[in-house]
Design a protein around this ligand. Structure first.
Ligand SMILES: [Ca+2]
Ligand SMILES: [Ca+2]
Ligand SMILES: [Ca+2]
Length: 340
């Protein structure tokens, strides 16, 4: 290959990397090639909303909250989309089929009323086996198999919903979830409860996340998965995030409610972001150095207000709730598992 051709190819490679990194416009993410070290980006204060909501519930329900999207500029000049740039926002992929959705008025009383027969099969490998899965995510998920988008959560924030997915694939295959704990105080990682409240802390409330999924081939979410965090907030001080190799930890903050300390910084809070690596959805992406997922209990998650999950214990038996090391402060998480 002559020098000119080499330079052209390098240019194309760089162009490809930048376009895949579109959620970090004008950034130089400086990703380590083995995904060991990410450059942290710091923001302070609220983001500027540019989408009022990604979803509107067509019927009146108790807990419908707007899924807004905003932009914020980090101290290094990087423009970051919060809470995340999603497949839902881009209009990609098949929307999730409902296991439980108040907005779609699909609310089976128990597992015996659930049927997956009309759920379309997404073909990853034409000669693969058809796998059925059940998914609950607090609040948004998009699920990729071998780099193919197989299901996009149709309800990004609330009310809490759950989904059925069907895909056809051959082993070994890799599942990759992008997960978002949504909120109203964009850029600050805090919720604002819509109901009139006397307790002022509920106007600045750090919400929490969680994912549980079970598949018909025996695959379940548990600590054998990898999970990495890309957006940590709210923080009183960026120094509260401590990087140990590839672990982005918040060791002094408390990992679940009610132990998570509520910051008093309100609209002055900080957030730490890390660039989403290119090709995180694919089979060949190297997650060897990513931390293992942490498992959480029903009590940690607070499932009492989650009929989308509690009505169907049979569909989730053996699966564990997973997230990264902080269920409250880690707001954008990628979880991956290679099924062999
Ligand atoms: Ca959802
Ligand atoms: Ca949440
Ligand atoms: Ca949170």
């Amino acid at each position: 290959m002559n020098l000119k051709r080499l330079l052209v190819n390098l240019g194309l490679l760089c162009y490809g990397a930048v376009s895949l990194q579109s959620s970090f416009a004008a950034s130089d993410p400086q990703l380590d090639p083995d995904n060991t070290v990410y450059k942290r980006m710091v923001t302070q204060g609220p983001a500027t909303p540019f989408i009022e909501t990604l979803y509107k519930c067509p019927v009146t329900v108790a807990n419908h909250r707007l899924s807004s999207v905003g932009k914020i500029t980090a101290t290094d000049g990087t423009v970051i989309i919060v809470p995340a740039e999603t497949a839902l926002q881009k209009g990609l992929g098949p929307k999730s089929a409902d296991l439980y959705s108040e907005c779609a008025q699909i609310t089976p009383k128990n597992a015996s009323e659930v049927s997956a027969k009309d759920v379309p099969v997404v073909v990853v490998d034409p000669d693969g086996e058809v796998i059925t899965g059940y998914i609950v995510a607090d609040n948004y998920y998009e699920m990729w198999v071998n780099g193919k988008l197989v299901s996009v959560d149709n309800t990004p924030y609330t009310p809490f919903n759950s989904a059925i997915v069907k895909f056809k694939v051959k082993r070994p295959y890799t599942i990759a979830f992008l997960l978002v704990d949504w909120d109203e105080h964009l850029g600050l990682g805090m919720e604002q409860f819509p109901v009139p409240v006397t307790d002022k802390t509920s106007q600045w409330y750090p919400g929490d996340g969680g994912l549980i999924a079970k598949f018909s081939d025996g695959t379940v979410t548990d600590s054998s998965w990898k999970a990495q965090t890309f957006y940590i907030a709210p923080l009183n001080d960026p120094a509260e995030v401590v990087e140990k190799g590839n672990v982005h930890d918040t060791p002094l903050k408390g990992r679940v409610h009610p132990f998570a300390k509520k910051p008093d910084c309100k609209d002055q809070c900080f957030a730490i972001h890390y660039p989403i690596p290119a090709n995180w959805q694919t089979k060949r992406f190297n997650d060897l150095n990513w931390p293992r997922a942490w498992e959480y209990t029903d009590e940690d998650i607070g499932v009492n207000s989650l009929p989308a999950y509690t009505r169907y214990p049979e569909l989730f038996s053996g699966a564990r709730w997973i997230w990264t090391q902080n269920l409250v402060l880690d707001n954008v998480v990628i979880a991956r598992k290679t099924v062999r």
